[in-house]
Design a protein around this ligand. Structure first.
Ligand SMILES: Cc1ncc(COP(=O)(O)O)c(C=O)c1O
Length: 415
């Protein structure tokens, strides 16, 4: 059995099925945008995007211009792509070089866009998130009208983002945001019939069909994590990522002996300790010190002592079985036999959200991709092309080649 020091194994088939499952929530004609920012929430942006398209997504979204260029450079040339973040002028040029749509909410955003050569824009109403977008529906309407008049600028979308979609007892805040957006969006649609209206993240998709509009932007759920922090299985979501290491050493630990920095574990009885060569340098956070379980040979064992940069220790117990576990794979997130550790469990222990658990995995963790157990050596071009072909969106203006040329121009400093 081959083992790795620290590896994230991603099942692309699970991402495909999660996307198909989410699409099943949508009425015909509503499109799914797969959010693959932050390297696909730690799963790998290109592999995740490819799988999401195969599973029925027809748009992709990222946060930065660089992330957009990464997808285009990997061959995802024709899919509609939205950059959702605030952009500095160089980042705006990157987004446009990637032939991506961008977000705006002030007239000066449109001026910057026109100066950068123009492009497709989604106007954002801040209906309560209090981050990007304008709080003033009147201003949002004026920006849409100005976009129609600005040279080279094409208003294509009207959007908002929910602050509490994942909080089912939010005292009506979600409903109030939805009502504000729906009112503004209806007027925007009256002025421009072909605007794409979108608001919902994963939680909103699962919570309220009234929030779906024309397009939904799903991140966490496409990776099979639960947007409400609960067991993903309860909403028929399938975690795509498993995080593993292996038992590099097994040693006896007598009662009274300690392990790790600060001696935060002192054995109360004779036992055996396993050393797994994974630590906070891999994104397995120090807050999991004396505060996580690990699966080895199908059983749960407690992580004991302090998580260090490169190692953790696990209490294997006193029995003779421990010695036989040297070299065994160790699952930190994932399934072994009947046992399962979810990103949600890890998040609960850390007092954070599942998003942060997978996003925290550092580049030192190798990524491996498989389809229900069959390894994918590389995400091959042919597979990308066929997945893109399966997407329903019309190719954006410009096709594939221009952004390759634009990227070269940017790389050469001409952008
Ligand atoms: C603007 C916007 N839309 C959609 C999403 C996707 O959210 P989720 O991962 O909860 O589905 C995000 C993610 O943070 C976002 O920032």
């Amino acid at each position: 059995m081959s083992v790795e020091r620290a590896q994230a194994c991603v099942n692309v088939a699970a991402i495909e099925r999660n996307c198909a499952r989410l699409r099943g929530e949508l009425r015909p004609g509503v499109e799914l945008c797969a959010v693959v920012k932050a390297d696909g929430y730690g799963h790998g942006a290109v592999a995740s995007a490819t799988a999401a398209l195969a599973g029925g997504a027809s748009w992709l979204a990222v946060a930065t211009g660089e992330e957009a260029l990464e997808l285009r450079s990997a061959g995802l040339a024709r899919t509609r792509l939205l950059v959702m973040g605030a952009l500095t002028p160089p980042e705006l040029r990157q987004a446009l070089a990637a032939d991506a749509d961008v977000v705006a909410w002030r007239e000066r955003d449109l001026e910057a866009l026109a100066r950068a050569g123009g492009g497709r824009v989604h106007v954002k109403l801040d209906s309560g998130m209090g981050r990007l977008g304008t709080r003033d529906p009147g201003e949002a309407t004026r920006v849409l009208a100005a976009a129609r008049a600005a040279p080279g600028v094409e208003p294509v979308g009207a959007m908002t983002h929910f602050a509490t979609a994942d909080e089912l007892h939010d005292d009506g805040f979600f409903a109030a945001q939805l009502q504000m957006f729906a009112g503004w969006a209806a007027q925007a649609r009256d002025a421009q019939r072909d605007l794409v209206l979108h608001a919902a993240n994963s939680a909103a998709v699962l919570r309220d069909a009234g929030a779906h509009f024309d397009l939904v932007r799903c991140g966490i759920a496409i990776y099979g994590m639960d947007p409400f922090g609960e067991d993903p299985a309860a909403r028929a979501l399938e975690p795509a990522l498993e995080l593993s290491s292996y038992v590099a050493e097994v040693k006896r630990c007598a009662a009274g002996e300690s392990a790790g920095y600060g001696r935060r574990f002192i054995a109360e009885r004779d036992t055996h300790l396993a050393v797994l060569p994974i630590g906070y340098g891999d994104g397995w956070r120090r807050g999991l010190s004396n505060n996580a379980d690990v699966l080895i040979a199908g059983r749960r064992y407690p992580l004991v002592g302090t998580v260090s940069m490169d190692n953790v220790t696990v209490d294997l117990g006193a029995d003779g079985r421990a010695e036989r576990l040297r070299g065994e794979p160790a699952m930190l997130i994932g399934r072994q036999g009947e046992e399962r550790i979810t990103a949600e469990e890890v998040a609960r222990r850390l007092g954070t959200i599942n998003y942060e658990v997978t996003c925290a995995l550092t580049p030192r963790v190798s990524r491996a991709y498989h389809r229900d157990g069959a390894p994918l050596e590389a995400i091959e071009r042919a597979q990308i092309e066929s997945a893109v072909g399966a997407g329903s969106a019309a190719p954006p203006q410009g096709g594939g080649e221009p952004h390759t040329r634009a990227r070269q121009a940017l790389d050469a400093g001409a952008g």
